[in-house]
Design a protein around this ligand. Structure first.
Ligand code: CO
Length: 504
């Protein structure tokens, strides 16, 4: 078989794999949106069958041979050519998948499914001791997983690589440390500020049907294509890009607060714009048509949510529209008051409810603990106490119970150690990309104040979305912004923004 023939066969198999995976994604989306409760048993069987089928086809030694044939040819000469990228990134996944013993994969799936159930109960009762044996089981299996993958430096690197390919714990820790120092300083100044916005403006009755209309309007204005996607309701909002022409987002509405659903929709729209912007017509199922990392994915959602959606220019245009839709709730509300209310900063226990300024501290705390856990620096039985200690130090408030502390997130029970840092990486990338976009697109903020965000989307499509997995996240950042990832753009952006709002 020639390299060309092998590549054709490789493409055919990748598309088949993508069809299986996207079918499973439809089932997963439906499970969380419309499935009746009694359908859960059948759905679990359907999904498990699909993932078995995927694994079998993906780890087929014949598939590995196709990769080797192309790798030995001159098709790999230019490492940035679509063919070379597709083979390189598929090889990476193939090696990872085939390194994990089947028993370990099954054991992990079984244990994390049970652990998530036990976590729900433990969180409800705020009982860390009840969850501890499950945490021990999950961590033990994740250590085995790290060993099976192999790693340089710390075992955490092996896990991080699943979510942020190529990132290392040392690089992440360096940027995070610098960010932490500046954040603690900013939060101290905000706490002492004389001027405080009134958050009450957004905590009023907002009709849910009208929230839906307004949310869809904003999403469509950002560029979400409702002929190629839908917005539905779920308890935990998410975005799922099935493939060409079909990307789903979800939200949840709070009748007594405007911001939960609205900024949630902006966030998921940002994820969806990335999915819709990937070149899936040409590269469906191939790395050139897929997102590069969770950190870059999150940078797209955070940019639309924060740099655009929580900006003053955006509300210069959108507040009058919002007032026409929510006449009573927003009557007499000025732009200054509204802008202050949606950017209100206050330390709180729960990560997913945190404001833009405190959010990253929640992540830094989790990252430090996870790293210590994987290095055996903290005995697992002390995790809840360690959490409380660090929380007090960073946020200045005492955690009242473990449901508001180390039991609040699903990640550890689900086996997702190494996932948390991608949230803050996303915020850092978002700020750095947006600063560059402003520089390259003069008048961008005036555009946004006029209700037009199309130039930003075009810029993101060209610089990021259309690149697929051509460059690793760190390299993409350098290509797009001319500089390696730094804490500076995010810190500058926050100092400017909160400095103005809080008069500090
Ligand atoms: Co997100």
């Amino acid at each position: 078989m020639t390299a060309q023939e092998a590549y054709k066969e490789f493409e055919k198999r990748c598309r088949e794999l993508a069809v299986i995976q996207s079918s499973a994604a439809v089932l997963g989306w439906e499970e969380r949106t419309y499935m009746p409760p009694n359908g859960a048993g059948l759905r679990a069987e359907q999904l498990s069958y699909m993932s078995g089928l995927f694994h079998e086809k993906f780890t087929d030694p014949k598939f590995g041979e196709l990769l080797s044939t192309v790798e030995a040819s001159d098709m790999m000469k230019d490492p940035e050519s679509p063919e070379a990228v597709n083979i390189r990134e598929t090889r990476r996944m193939y090696d990872k998948q085939t390194k994990l013993p089947r028993e370990l994969v099954e054991e992990l799936t079984k244990t994390t499914t049970l652990a998530q159930g036990e976590w729900v109960k433990a969180r409800k009762a705020s009982d860390f001791k009840a969850f501890l044996p499950w945490l021990e089981k999950v961590v033990k299996l994740l250590k085995q997983k790290a060993e099976a993958y192999g790693y340089e430096g710390e075992p955490y690197n092996a896990l991080l690589d699943d979510y942020e390919p190529g990132a290392t714990v040392d690089d992440v820790a360096t940027v995070f440390e610098q960010l932490r120092n500046d954040l603690v300083d900013l939060l101290g100044r905000i706490k002492d500020a004389k001027k405080k916005p009134d958050q009450g403006i957004v905590n009023r009755a907002f009709d849910v049907d009208r929230q839906k209309v307004f949310g869809e309007m904003v999403s469509a204005a950002f560029g979400f294509d409702f002929q190629s996607g839908r917005l539905d309701i779920t308890a935990h909002p998410f975005c799922s890009g099935f493939g060409p022409g079909d990307t789903r987002i979800t939200t949840r509405y709070n009748p007594n607060r405007l911001t939960d659903a609205l900024f949630g929709i902006m966030h998921e729209t940002g994820h969806a714009l990335y999915e819709m912007g990937l070149n899936k017509d040409k590269y469906f199922g191939l790395p050139m048509g897929e997102s590069i990392s969770l950190g870059i994915h999150e940078s797209q959602s955070r940019m639309w949510e924060n740099q655009v959606g929580r900006s003053r220019p955006f509300w210069e245009y959108s507040l009058p529209q919002a007032k026409r839709i929510f006449r009573e709730a927003l009557e007499g509300v000025s732009l200054d008051d509204f802008y202050g209310a949606i950017n209100y900063v206050t330390p709180s226990f729960i990560r997913v409810e945190a404001d833009e300024a405190t959010y990253n501290l929640h992540i830094l705390l989790r990252f430090e603990l996870e790293r210590a856990i994987m290095n055996d620096d903290i005995p697992l039985k002390d995790v809840a106490d360690e959490w409380r200690k660090r929380f007090k130090k960073y946020f200045g408030i005492e955690v009242d119970n473990d449901a508001n502390g180390c039991l609040q997130d699903v990640h550890w029970s689900a086996g997702y150690i190494g996932y948390f840092p991608t949230y803050t990486l996303g915020n850092l990338y978002a700020a750095q990309f947006f600063a560059k976009a402003k520089e390259e697109l003069p008048g961008l903020e005036e555009d946004i104040a006029g209700g037009y965000t199309g130039r930003l989307l075009d810029w993101l499509r060209e610089k990021i979305h259309q690149q697929g997995q051509r460059y690793r996240a760190t390299k993409l950042c350098e290509k797009v912004t001319g500089k390696p990832l730094s804490h500076k753009p995010l810190v500058d952006y926050m100092n400017r923004k909160f400095g103005e709002i809080y008069g500090i």
